[in-house]
Design a protein around this ligand. Structure first.
Ligand code: PDD
Length: 284
């Protein structure tokens, strides 16, 4: 059965979902997106994703296309129509359709698209075995705090990782790790401190990051938000990433060097379990 997707007010079969060739998302990557995970048919941290969406739009002088409760209703309707038990809802908003011009058009209706993907997130083979990553120079633009759809460099970096036979890349700028291609990056030092880069325009403020750091602090774990180098990561006891599509994913190898025991470690595994339990309780 064809998936139902949402396009500008209509629920349509995916084959009938169409966007103009003049859409600024297509011509300029002039759009933002959010990915909200679904567990047990419910949305994880929907409010956090909406807060970040509003901020991304605001930074690009765009408004919310619909009130938050209507966006929630669309998310739920798609989860229900597509019988998603576990997976994600993808939402994209672009500045809309206008003749090609670098300047923003005024008063153009935005394009709003949502679709779902079913996938196992909790029972993930990658999380069980732990990811292997390589470091790649971070050549993305300077406003990574805005969740725009211009994802070509993350794609290139993932291709580099694939060519090297590993799972993902960690991006490095001025000798320090910014984040993963589509996740936030962490190490656990020898004394058990969780280190992840502080928030700035260098990285995306992950919604999973905020929730996982709160879990860690509740558990009285020591957390430091600061840049770290690959050299420091190679000395770490553990490493992991967080994202809506991977939750907490252990990292067991960086640039061909095994970390600790070369297996997912107790901090990453523990945080993963606690994050899943906590977010399931709060899911809507
Ligand atoms: N990516 N950093 C980057 C560059 C990301 O693209 C993402 C998410 C994150 C983690 O953010 P969150 O915890 O809110 O998912 C960090 C999504 C999942 C994607 O592009 O598919």
């Amino acid at each position: 059965m064809a998936r139902t997707v949402y396009v500008n007010g209509d629920y349509v079969a995916e084959g009938d979902a169409k966007i103009s060739v003049f859409d600024r998302g297509f011509l300029f990557a002039d759009g933002v997106y959010e990915v909200t995970s679904v567990l047990g048919g419910k949305l994880i941290d929907f409010d956090g994703h909406m807060r970040r969406l509003k901020r991304s739009l605001g930074e690009l002088q765009m408004a919310m296309p619909l009130p938050e409760d209507e966006l929630l209703a669309i998310h739920r309707e798609l989860v229900s129509r597509n019988a998603v038990i576990e997976g994600l809802v993808y939402l994209q908003i672009t500045r809309g359709v206008a003749d090609r011009d670098f300047l923003y058009p005024s008063a153009t209706p935005q394009t709003l698209v949502l679709f779902t993907q079913s996938k196992s997130i909790v029972d993930s083979p990658l999380a069980k075995r732990g990811a292997r990553v390589v470091s790649v120079e971070d050549l993305r633009w300077g406003r990574r705090d805005i969740k725009t759809v211009q994802l070509l460099y993350p794609s290139m970096a993932k291709m580099i990782a694939q060519e090297k036979g590993v799972d993902d890349a960690w991006l490095v700028q001025d000798g320090h790790v910014t984040e993963g291609t589509s996740n936030n990056a962490y190490i656990v030092t020898r004394d058990g401190t969780i280190v992840t880069r502080d928030l700035s325009s260098d990285i995306l403020a992950g919604i999973t990051r905020a929730a996982v750091l709160e879990c860690a602090r509740t558990l009285q774990m020591k957390v430091e938000e600061r840049p770290f180098t690959i050299a420091e990561a190679l000395e770490a006891r553990e490493a992991f990433t967080t994202s809506a599509t991977g939750f907490v994913c252990p990292v067991v190898e960086i640039d061909g060097v095994s970390l600790g025991e070369g297996q997912p470690g107790p901090v990453a595994n523990g945080l993963r379990q606690i994050y899943v339990e906590t977010s399931l309780k709060a899911a809507i």
